[in-house]
Design a protein around this ligand. Structure first.
Ligand code: GAL
Length: 812
């Protein structure tokens, strides 16, 4: 992070429940509790004497729309989605999640400040506010922003006082403003920063590592400051916080110090070795400390080369990436570090090495975690430029805000080693026409001006148009969304020498649901509004994972892919955009609850090169299908395997080149269903049996089983445990089709936060302590309070043996 935190800081909770980081020269308050909130637009809500006692009390980060109810009328859109190739308008429900995000709302809170004198200044910083925030302090408007995903701040020195200050924020969410669930509210952190006027600028530190040789790395630090006659001392600390070197300078040009510091025997950052250094920048005036900023950074080299493609620290590699929207499923968009960490933990096991923040600015928490856990990051900015996709989309603000939004994105995040590329846009309709070419150049130049070290891409779907116009040729990295049949041609026509699969697959499936007959199909729909987990269904504009694998494996000039998507998200329920009820996506390898679908194992069998993958599908509970053809697939890193049904061999399958599916999956297409045990035995290259896996037909649901992702939590009022609940028969065999209604109780040092079963058609509310199982599973989210102690979760269901679990909440 490059927003500073003092060496001498101490933390305290004030009367208002506000987290404060204090020191003589700087204080940072995170305003997270004690907020009042209302929907609507009451007159005078910005005024100090306004009575907000009747408003709801909430904590921030907060998403006001996630509590529902789901309603098909919310943001119902009668549109032709032209980027999906539609010509005729039709009614689309659930496109933005069918959750009530539209309308005005107000937030109010109070904060007090340390003693101010004429040498101090005060900033208010928002890390995202959905949307069109208008900020009032003590009844006076201090500023506004438009884009709900942007980080921004205002100087409020002239309006605040030492005693209580009133902060009021008005937000406005227009309908027809998004293509997915945008969330609503102050969904990221709000901070008040008090510092010296003579200090380091907000986001004023820029650290790069231009030269790295085995023995030494050059760490270049540019520091923008306000004031005269200053001296900058920068200490560099290693991973464990030990000072390894230091530099002092008084040479300043144009309010900017520049230091070049040698780090000997540098430890390089990579997904496998996410080694982080810390720079502590201390600004002095004479002997007096004026400011101190702590910045984590990594030493790593990225290169995009016409001959060899992408390399990190000299090693050519491909992006094994996923696109993620910003919502956290049942938690909505309110940012939560534990939820983000769980996502990344699951993605690590997948073997994923990169994330694309589609289609907007990522949270700072997500970037910090990617730095720490080792993920490369493609940080995106916009889904629209000047031409619209939706009536009230970003095009309304593009002219006035695009540059400011890009500048803030880059300045706030450029020290994160995880970020290896910027994206100026996704499938913008400006791909058509000469104005769009100019806009592409203009935006790319802004990124280059702000950060000369990273390339810029745009996710392009109008590949023919951008080949013609020069749009694709001018970008640092040409990103193709889908259009696998045009990769070769684009590689020939574009000058860069490589192609990125900026968005791939868009295969659809519902966890644990299988459809017959098993066949490849585009835009296939069923009466139950689910898609088949045989992973053969895709969209009219997209393709199957295997088609991408062929390009990734056979074309050295393809530098990787970002799969649409890692996790399911709220909204965009393709291929059921016109069906109700359906309110969340089918694209994820992992469902909305965070439970892997079969497709997860298909990618894992390629991406995770450390661990074995041997996964069988479908489940084996097909009462009524006895004697009918029920194909069996295995997703595995092994080349061949033998299948047995109730001890009888159904033959050996070996990966081959008959089709992309035959190349990456083992498929027994003629299996006739009979209940019992299905077993695969996998062989190594020499034909030795090396591993086996079996699944069995389950009896009736008998007992609930609870499996938490963590067993100890931090008693900080925010930490979460995600508990997967499944039901097994009396022999302990998972019941894959169970849909029992369950109830949840949490006692002790925590509370029930939400539940989710991953069913895109469910209208059950996430925050109520009851939900049906979907394909035999769901996830319960338990939140730590600020009390230390045990948290007890009890899950009950009619006729089922109760599931109990004790978690421990410890001092943070
Ligand atoms: C892409 C688009 C994504 C999502 C996806 C669904 O064209 O960039 O935002 O809509 O299609 O397949």
């Amino acid at each position: 992070m490059n927003c500073g935190q003092s060496f001498y800081i101490f933390m305290m909770l004030t009367l208002f429940g506000v987290l404060q980081l204090h020191s003589q020269e700087k204080s940072i308050q995170i305003l997270n509790s004690g907020w009042k909130f209302t929907k609507g637009n009451p007159p005078n809500a910005a005024q100090r004497d306004f009575d907000d006692a009747a408003w709801e009390t909430v904590t921030v980060p907060h998403d006001w729309a996630i509590y529902g109810p789901f309603d098909k009328e919310v943001d119902k859109q009668v549109v032709a989605i032209t980027q999906n190739g539609e010509q005729v308008a039709s009614e689309k429900t659930g496109r933005t999640g069918a959750l009530p995000y539209i309308g005005d709302a107000w937030y109010r809170t109070q904060f007090s400040l340390p003693t101010l004198d004429e040498n101090k200044k005060v900033l208010i910083l928002f890390e995202g506010a959905m949307s069109e925030p208008e900020i009032f302090i003590n009844g006076k408007k201090v500023g506004e922003w438009k884009y709900g995903y942007s980080y921004f701040y205002f100087d409020i020195t002239d309006i605040v006082n030492n005693s209580k200050n009133l902060l009021a924020v008005k937000l406005t969410n227009k309908g027809l403003s998004s293509r997915w669930y945008p969330g609503a509210g102050l969904y990221r952190n709000v901070k008040v920063i008090v510092k010296n006027k003579k200090s380091i600028d907000q986001w004023g530190t820029f650290i790069t590592t231009p030269v790295i040789i085995t023995k030494t790395a050059q760490v270049n630090i540019k520091t923008k400051v306000a004031g005269e006659n200053l001296r900058l001392v920068t200490d560099i600390l290693d991973h464990s916080g030990i000072k390894i070197t230091s530099n002092e300078t008084t040479t300043i040009f144009g309010h900017q110090f520049e230091q070049n510091i040698a780090v000997t025997s540098p430890k390089l950052w990579s997904p496998e070795t996410p080694y982080l250094y810390t720079a502590v920048s201390k600004l002095f005036s004479g002997a007096e400390l004026r400011d101190e900023v702590t910045t984590k950074f990594g030493i790593r080299e990225i290169k995009y080369d016409q001959q060899t493609g992408f390399s990190l620290n000299g090693e050519v590699r491909k992006f094994k990436g996923v696109c993620l929207h910003h919502d956290l499923g049942p938690l909505g968009t309110a940012i939560n570090r534990a939820a983000l960490k769980r996502q990344l933990t699951i993605l690590k096991d997948l073997g994923c090495n990169a994330i694309r923040s589609s289609h907007n600015m990522p949270s700072l928490e997500q970037l910090e975690l990617c730095d720490e856990m080792g993920f490369m990051f493609l940080a995106e900015s916009f889904d629209e430029w000047a031409k619209p996709k939706v009536e009230n989309g970003y095009h309304l603000y593009f002219e006035e805000y695009a540059e400011k939004d890009v500048v803030n994105l880059v300045r706030a995040t450029r020290n994160h080693p995880s970020i290896v590329m910027w994206s100026a846009g996704n499938e913008v309709p400006d791909q058509w026409g000469s104005d769009g070419v100019k806009r592409a150049k203009w935006l790319q130049n802004i990124f280059h001006r702000e950060d000369p070290t990273r390339p810029v891409t745009v996710g392009m779907d109008q590949v023919k148009a951008v080949m013609e116009s020069g749009f694709g040729a001018l970008l640092d990295v040409p990103g193709l969304n889908y259009r696998v049949h045009l990769y070769e041609e684009a590689f020939e026509k574009f000058p860069q020498g490589f192609i990125l699969g900026s968005e791939t697959a868009s295969t659809v499936s519902s966890r644990g649901i299988y459809k017959f007959p098993v066949e490849k199909a585009s835009m296939k729909t069923y009466d139950d509004f689910q898609s088949s987990s045989y992973d053969l269904e895709y969209c009219s504009w997209s393709n199957l994972p295997d088609d991408d694998f062929v390009l990734q494996d056979d074309k050295p000039w393809v530098i990787g892919e970002f799969v649409w998507t890692g996790f399911d998200y709220l909204g965009e329920p393709t291929p059921y955009d016109e069906a109700w009820p359906s309110r969340s996506s089918y694209f994820g390898m992992i469902d909305l609850a965070g439970i892997p679908k079969d497709r997860y194992y298909l990618y894992r069998s390629r991406w995770n090169t450390e661990d074995e993958t041997l996964h069988i599908l479908p489940h084996w509970n097909w009462e009524g299908r006895e004697g009918e053809t029920t194909p069996v697939f295995a997703y595995t890193n092994y080349d061949s395997a033998e299948l047995f049904l109730n001890g009888k061999s159904l033959g050996i399958q070996k990966k081959n080149n008959a089709s992309p599916q035959h190349r990456y999956r083992l498929m027994w297409m003629d299996v006739k269903y009979e209940p019992g045990t299905l077993k695969v035995v996998a062989f190594d290259k020499e034909g030795n049996a090396v591993s086996e896996k079996e699944i069995k037909t389950a009896g009736t649901p008998h007992q609930l089983v609870l499996d938490p992702d963590v067993t100890t939590l931090k008693a900080n009022g925010e930490d979460l445990a995600f508990v997967t609940v499944s039901v097994v028969d009396k022999n302990g065999i998972p019941c894959p089709t169970a849909t029992n209604q369950l109830n949840f109780k949490v006692k002790g040092a925590g509370t029930f936060r939400a539940a989710c079963n991953g069913d895109a058609t469910s209208l059950e509310l996430f925050h109520l302590p009851t939900m049906k199982l979907f394909s035999g599973k769901l996830v319960v989210i338990v939140q730590a309070s600020t009390q230390v102690g045990n948290i007890e979760l009890t899950v009950t269901g009619k006729g089922l043996k109760t599931g109990d679990l004790t978690l421990e909440s410890m001092k943070p």
